[in-house]
Design a protein around this ligand. Structure first.
Ligand code: SR1
Ligand code: MG
Length: 421
């Protein structure tokens, strides 16, 4: 296929175009027997499930524009190259955490990968009130392993610098994050939209000068602190689950940035899942136990992230930062522990800031999330969203004074009972 000019696949054209690829034919059986469904519901790409006599796979192809908006917003196909490279690194740094890759065609911007079944998108599971065993621990591990092992704490310096240079090419997807996450929510940007009824709190947030400064401090961290390879879009729509397993997908926004970015974005999405539950209740209080479970997951993500990060710090610190030659080899183990505590403290404060900003942009910006959007009755949706907006502000402005995830989950419980409209 590489000799062809790029052409978007369709369910009809896919068997003819990919049928001769050994990577597919050997797994699926003859193309004549394939059935193809286009199932993409994300903001950017085509996603096909292809099933044959002997097996199934997923084909993901980038479109040359933003699917959510249309061809008025062109977007380069090279994001597929960054997604492929990020998936390869995720698999190496946390084996089994991502779908297996069967084939990549850079020219056609397409990835063929493992069909995860009976997995569903985590966000959908959370909207339906379905629990996943071990979820927080698995995602905490994923964050610690991928973020630690992609950083100067672990990688040889030349490899890390080459990787920073490689992912620096993901300009247009970074531009989306830089605008949609860090700036647009805080002024009346063209593509913004929000639920009617939020006007009061939106006006208050947009005239909050300290908040605007905090948002730009976070943007500065995102653009300038190339600490590690980020997933770049680690929300609950980027995780697929069964009742007992979680896999991370869609790292096309991968770039080098601050460790707290992925952690904060993930935590934000659990907090939003929590704060949206009132809107999904069929009778008052029927989601109470599930809401508590979501907060347990939030706590577990951070607890396991820090435990695994500390384990890696003590056993795999082979990079140029905080070398053992300066600490343990001098008998200064305590100094190494102090440095670890300082580093985790900084990641914590960063995470809370990024968490708050993600809560804002999903309600005020272009790309909303289904946790709130699927609450059809706007009179039930607005109070939930207002609480998330208020909590986002607290996290962004109060990051330095919030000590421990239990304080965050206590805040979520309190906010969930308050009126912020
Ligand atoms: C135009 S893309 C909007 C959002 O969708 C992706 O999933 C990212 O979250 C991005 O910010
Ligand atoms: Mg995505």
């Amino acid at each position: 296929m590489t000799a062809q000019d790029y052409l978007a696949l369709t369910p009809e054209s896919l068997p003819g175009r990919l049928g001769n690829l050994p990577a597919l034919a050997l797994r699926l059986g003859p193309a004549a027997g394939w059935t193809v469904r286009e199932v993409g519901d994300g903001n950017l790409n085509l996603v096909f499930i292809v099933e044959g006599a002997d097996g199934a796979c997923v084909v993901k192809q980038a479109l040359p524009y933003v699917r959510l908006v249309g061809d008025s917003w062109p977007l380069p196909l090279k994001r597929s190259f960054f997604e492929y490279n990020a998936l390869v690194r995720h698999e190496a740094r946390d084996p089994g955490s991502v779908p297996e890759i069967y084939y990549f065609d850079e020219g056609q911007a397409l990835l063929v990968m493992e069909y995860l079944s009976p997995h569903i998108i985590l966000r959908q599971a959370l909207i339906e009130g379905r629990k996943v065993q071990g979820l927080g621990a698995r995602l905490g591990q994923f964050c610690a392993r991928t973020l630690f092992r992609g950083s100067d704490l672990s990688l040889p310096a030349a490899q890390k610098k080459a990787d920073v240079a490689l992912f620096a090419g993901n300009v247009e997807l970074c531009d989306i994050t830089e605008n949609l996450v860090f700036s647009d929510p805080y002024f009346d940007a063209g593509m913004n939209h929000h639920t009617p009824g939020l006007e009061g709190i939106v006006a208050r947030l947009r005239s909050d000068l300290s908040l605007k400064v905090a948002a730009q401090h976070l943007k500065l961290a995102f653009t300038s602190r190339a600490e590690t390879m980020l997933h770049g879009d680690l929300h609950t729509g980027s995780v697929m689950v069964t009742e007992t397993e979680a896999r991370v997908i869609d790292p096309e926004f991968a770039t080098y940035g601050p460790i707290g970015f992925d952690v904060g974005m993930l935590i934000a999405n659990f907090l939003m899942a929590h704060l949206s539950q009132q809107g999904h209740e069929k009778s008052p209080g029927d989601r109470a136990a599930f809401k508590e479970w979501l907060l347990t997951v939030t706590e577990e993500v951070w607890k396991v992230f820090t435990a695994e990060f500390a384990r890696l710090w003590r056993s795999e610190r082979t990079g140029i930062l905080y070398q053992a030659s300066l600490y343990e080899d001098q008998g200064h183990d305590l100094a190494s522990e102090q440095a670890l505590a300082d580093v985790l403290g900084r990641i914590w404060r960063d995470s809370l800031g990024f968490c708050g900003i993600e809560m804002h942009r999903r309600i005020l910006g272009l790309a909303h999330n289904a946790d709130f959007e699927s609450i059809a009755d706007e009179s039930r949706r607005t109070p939930c969203e207002a609480r998330a907006l208020a909590m986002g502000r607290q996290l962004m402005l109060g990051a330095g004074a919030i000590h421990g995830m239990e304080a965050v989950t206590a805040m979520a419980r309190r906010m969930d009972q308050e009126d912020h409209l």
